[in-house]
Every structure is written in C-alpha cells, then in structure tokens.
Design a protein around this ligand. Structure first.
Ligand code: IMP
Ligand code: MG
Length: 181
C-alpha cells in the first residue's frame, strides 16, 4: 500500500503493529488468566488497536466502550474530561482493562482511572498502543504499552487529525503543513 500524501513518513508499519500488539496482548492474557476482565475501549481512537488486541486473548472477556473527550479538532490537549458515552455495565467489583490509543498529557486516563475506581472497580489497568512520555503532565503511567514515541503528531491505525486518517493501516507522522494551514 502506498503512503497517504499527508504523511511525512511511516513510523510503524502494519507488520510492526501486528507483532507488538500480539506480544502485549499475550502478556495481558497471562496476567489475567484467572480473571474475567471488562475490556473497555475508548472510542474512537482505540477501535483498530482494540479489535486486534482482543483477538489475541484467550481468557473470558466482556467488551464495553466509552466515548470521552478532552480534545477539540486541534493538536493540543485542553479542557476537562467529558463523558459522551458511558459504560453499559456496572463495574463494581470488576477488573477493568482500559484500552487507549495514546497517552499524551495523561489527562484523559488520569481522570478516567480515578472515575472507574471511584465507581468501585476492583482494579483498573491501562493498555495503550502509544506513549508520548515526554508530554506527560498528569501522574499516570500505562500498565502495558506497545510503543514509546517521540513528541510528534501521529495518525492512522485508529488515530485521527480532525476525524481524518483513522482507517490507515499504519501509524504515520502527519505533515505539519496539514495542521499549520
Ligand atoms: P491526553 O488526555 O493528553 O493524554 O490525550 C489523549 C488523547 O489525545 C488521545 O486519546 C488522542 O485522542 C489524542 N492525541 C494525543 N496525541 C495524539 C496524536 O499524536 N495523534 C492523534 N491523537 C492524539
Ligand atoms: Mg482518543
């Protein structure tokens, strides 16, 4: 497949994503072997990662989703966490695994983890595809992370810029000219 013209370069190929997502999922599978976790996907960014991740699990899992936002259409994090779609399930006493696309400032996951614990979850673990550690402003770290990345704006494999590019099968770096327009 050829690279999208708005991409500066491909950071992670389909093959790299597949191999590493599988490796991390198998580790989670091992760690939760005797549990029945609720796997919570954060929409929409995590959809492709989520789909690949859960298909590597052999433990019994239940799926649920949330839509939260702390972002407008720009490339910097702002504001307060908004819950646009809440969980369907009661999480009291449940082991929860949050599946997220990327941790940037940490605002989203710091707030979300606190909220789910407040609701009585037995445990809340965080699985993320990407981690921009350099950008962290909130005290939160992923329990499982597929890739540490530099401070560059990335798209594809679920991640968007202004709702575009989520369908690209690889992770690419967005050309600054696209958002500087
Ligand atoms: P945080 O709350 O600052 O950690 O931001 C997390 C959210 O910001 C992610 O779920 C993404 O939706 C978005 N985000 C942060 N960096 C990027 C990026 O490089 N590409 C696309 N979305 C990003
Ligand atoms: Mg997101």
């Amino acid at each position: 497949m050829s690279m999208h013209p708005d991409c500066e370069r491909i950071m992670l190929t389909e093959e790299q994503l597949r191999a590493r997502v599988r490796e991390v999922a198998l580790q989670v599978d091992k760690d939760f072997a005797d549990k029945r976790p609720l796997v919570v996907g954060i929409l929409k960014g995590s959809i492709i990662f989520y789909a690949d991740f859960i298909r590597c699990l052999s433990m019994p899992v239940e799926l649920d989703f949330m839509v939260v936002s702390s972002y407008g259409s720009g490339t910097v994090s702002s504001g307060k966490l908004k819950i646009k779609k809440d969980l369907d399930k009661d999480i009291k006493g449940r082991d929860v695994i949050i599946v997220e696309d990327i941790i940037d400032s940490g605002f989203t996951l710091a707030n979300l983890k606190a909220l789910l614990l407040e609701r009585g979850a037995a445990s809340v673990k965080i699985v993320t595809l990407l981690n921009k550690a350099e950008r962290r402003e909130y005290d939160i770290a992923p329990d499982y992370n597929c890739f540490d990345i530099e401070n560059e704006f990335v798209i594809g494999y679920g991640l968007d810029y202004d709702e575009q590019y989520r369908h690209l099968p690889y992770i690419g770096i967005l050309k600054p000219s696209v958002y500087e327009k």
